[in-house]
Design a protein around this ligand. Structure first.
Ligand SMILES: NC(=O)C1=CN([C@@H]2O[C@H](COP(=O)(O)OP(=O)(O)OC[C@H]3O[C@@H](n4cnc5c(N)ncnc54)[C@H](OP(=O)(O)O)[C@@H]3O)[C@@H](O)[C@H]2O)C=CC1
Ligand SMILES: O=CC(=O)O
Length: 291
């Protein structure tokens, strides 16, 4: 199967590499074109623009940072809309809000193309290992056609109905994840400050009812102040912001998510946006008055 791939950040690189490993022919594009080189070394072709990729491929996947990037790649000059048409499918796997996804869907469909949103749950490692959870919604025929690619990228795919439902599901999941990360981070800090060994806290948590892969994976590196980015904090804060807007629209009070969003904003203001989202832990540290 031949696919186009737009966006070679942490996730897009891992996902397109995985497709190549499984025998897919992949044509890649990235805004910073030099990031295509490593993929080319592994057998990918380059498209000079999003439009060029769409022209060449029947199916194109996008994995872009946020709503503004997702819109720009579709609507701007040399964008997806210039070449999309009958018989072509566009699958946007970026995490965006339902409105953004609907705008993209309507534009693609007005040109005769088909559209699927398919944000994913799972980070860098699951992307490398083909263990993502795919939250698709939109054109069911296109979904059925791209299942071979989803089977490589993920361990499970859902088709959630109309466009917008995939985006909403992803935002709900990440709203919960961001809130959990803040509670975890406060717990680690409280354990240390009150004279407990935070490593022992990790062992205790792992044996009880709130054990989960995120605490297990992130805890040890957080205790070493290692925030090498798997899921950049700026994207987690974007997801909290979009989830809070969804809460506004539906009159759902979300005081815990709102507090978590403030912590992520504080972390961004401290210059931590490009680090892993677990770097929110740093917002709880005492200022160093030693110098
Ligand atoms: N990392 C993770 O663990 C997960 C991330 N996600 C979501 O997946 C998406 C991608 O995440 P991730 O790979 O981590 O992000 P990165 O920040 O690593 O990559 C972002 C990508 O978007 C591109 N981009 C940004 N702005 C524009 C623009 N205006 N026009 C064109 N391209 C643009 C970047 O291009 P350039 O290289 O030129 O900057 C890059 O290819 C996000 O929506 C994120 O929320 C979902 C699940 C897990
Ligand atoms: O969006 C991030 C993730 O880990 O899922």
């Amino acid at each position: 199967m031949e696919v186009g791939f737009l966006g070679l950040g942490i996730m897009g690189k891992a996902m397109s590499m995985n497709l190549l490993r499984h025998g897919f022919k992949v044509t890649v594009w990235n805004r910073t074109l030099s990031k295509c080189d490593e993929l080319v070394e592994h057998g990918a072709s380059i498209g000079e623009t999003p439009a060029a990729v769409i022209k060449k491929c029947k199916y194109t996947i996008a994995m872009l940072s946020d709503p503004s990037a997702a819109l720009s790649v579709v609507f701007d000059k040399d964008g997806v809309l210039e070449q999309i048409g009958n018989g072509k499918g566009y699958v946007d796997m970026s995490t965006v809000d339902a409105d953004t996804s609907s705008k993209i869907s309507e534009a693609i469909k007005s040109k005769g193309g088909s559209f699927l949103e398919a944000p994913v749950s799972g980070s860098k490692k699951p992307a490398e290992d083909g263990q993502l959870v795919i939250l698709a919604a939109g054109d069911k025929a296109l979904y059925d056609e791209v299942v071979p690619a989803f089977d490589v990228l993920g361990k499970k795919s859902f088709h959630l109905g109309e466009v917008g439902n995939g985006a909403k599901m992803k935002l709900v999941v990440n709203m919960i994840m961001g809130s959990m990360m803040n509670a975890f981070s406060e717990g680690l800090t409280l354990a240390g400050r009150s004279g407990l060994n935070p490593s022992t806290l990790l062992d205790v948590l792992d044996l009880g009812a709130i054990a989960n892969p995120m605490f297990k994976m992130k805890g040890p590196s957080m205790l070493k102040n290692n925030y090498s980015p798997a899921f950049p904090l700026k994207h987690q804060q974007k997801d909290m912001r979009l989830a809070l807007a969804l809460g506004d629209e539906n009159a759902v009070p979300m005081p815990i998510a709102a507090a978590a969003n403030e912590a992520f904003k504080k972390a961004r203001s401290m210059g931590l946006g490009d680090l892993d989202f677990s770097a929110v832990h740093e917002t709880l540290k005492k200022p160093d008055h030693s110098s």
